[in-house]
Design a protein around this ligand. Sequence first.
Ligand code: ADP
Ligand code: ZN
Length: 437
Amino acid sequence: MKHESMYLHPELETMPRSEINRLQMERLQQTLQRCMCIPFYKQRFAEIGLKPEDIHTLDDLQKIPFTTKQDLREHYPFGLSAVPLEKVVRLHSSSGTTGTPTVILHTQHDLDEWANAVARCLYMVGLRKGDIFQNSSGYGMFTGGLGFQYGAERLGMLTVPAAAGNTKRQIKFITDFGTTALHAIPSYAGRLYEVMEEMGIDPRRDTKLRTLIIGAEPHSDEQRRRIEDMLGVKAYNSFGMSEMCGPGVAFECPEQNGLHIWEDYYIVEIVNPDTLEPVPEGEIGELVLTTINREAMPLLRYRTRDLTRILPGDCPCGRHHKRLDRMKGRSDDMMILKGVNIFPIQIENILMQFKELGNEYLITLTNLEANDEMTVEVELNDFTDDYGFLQRLTKEITRQLKDEILITPRVKLVPKGSLPKQEGKAVRVKDLRKTLI
Ligand code: ADP
Ligand code: ZN
């Protein structure tokens, strides 16, 4: 049922498909004009004899070449700016999980619109003025810090820029300030709970937390449910990346059935990463995004390398913006073992179904005499020396993993707290294979 107060930007959030398409076309035209101020795009268009005027429909977008992370690196730091540097008021950089960092520039308009998008997301999951919003993201270059800060302030919430690290202090802020909503990466949410337990704090009894925003790294639905159960909260998936501003690109609504991608900011395509052709509707492929609401650094058909699909059908929340499925991972996360393609998230999906297991796991790949081997180490929730039980559990986990990934991994159950912990995004795979060529 439609209800005005459910939406921060009712007109933009509930516009019908025809209206979305019209707005996208209008903003795309403006973006293309802006791109012609960037020598890189000007030359790209000239090379194939394409003019902005040749793009008449959204389907015509396919005539435009893709932009890649490599293009961003080659024009580092200011080469892709569409405006003079005096108009740029902020610079952000990707966290560099997968190589050399890239730079993204913003005008004041870009920052305002980014804050509006994040505010829209937070409002969508029920946060309002009066809520106390704590952000455990790293501040600085990582966009999860300032991105949520400005979005939460725009909504008028009391915002606590706690930043990353120092978990005990983080928890003290939660209890002392009566934090009602927290932004944390999923691997850190589990860590918070562990430390709360050590400190004798029961999140349901001793805190006012009720909403968690989790994102920035792939996680399974099982892991989300665990976080919700542990902390007594509702947890919403948040997707973004520095190249697209940061958080606020796509976000779950209260239905928790996929992430609405804001189509008044981005044109979304899903392509086959090998052929670069659009995949049939509903199929998994690489997410490709075109910014249509950005001044300083518009990006056309940017290959995100993230794999997902568009969920079919309408969402009962009344928003017609397309919904992305939970990210399957990045194309570079894919492991190829004995010719089988495997994503870490497939393994997580299985592990998280065992209540005997904790949240931490590590996949190690080795090759002995040209034979690929996978070892999955996973932490146990409780200590036990019941050897028979451990053996049965190991066997059952191995069997279920084999069913899912088609190869038999070596499963090792390890005591809680024994796997290495990262400050930022979790590292789930260690590939120690030597190339034999
Ligand atoms: P880096 O690329 O260095 O990690 P970013 O902070 O820009 O820097 O990270 C963006 C990437 O993080 C996305 O491209 C995606 O791979 C991942 N990511 C962000 N949010 C999510 C999410 N909700 N689920 C899965 N992956 C996510
Ligand atoms: Zn919805």
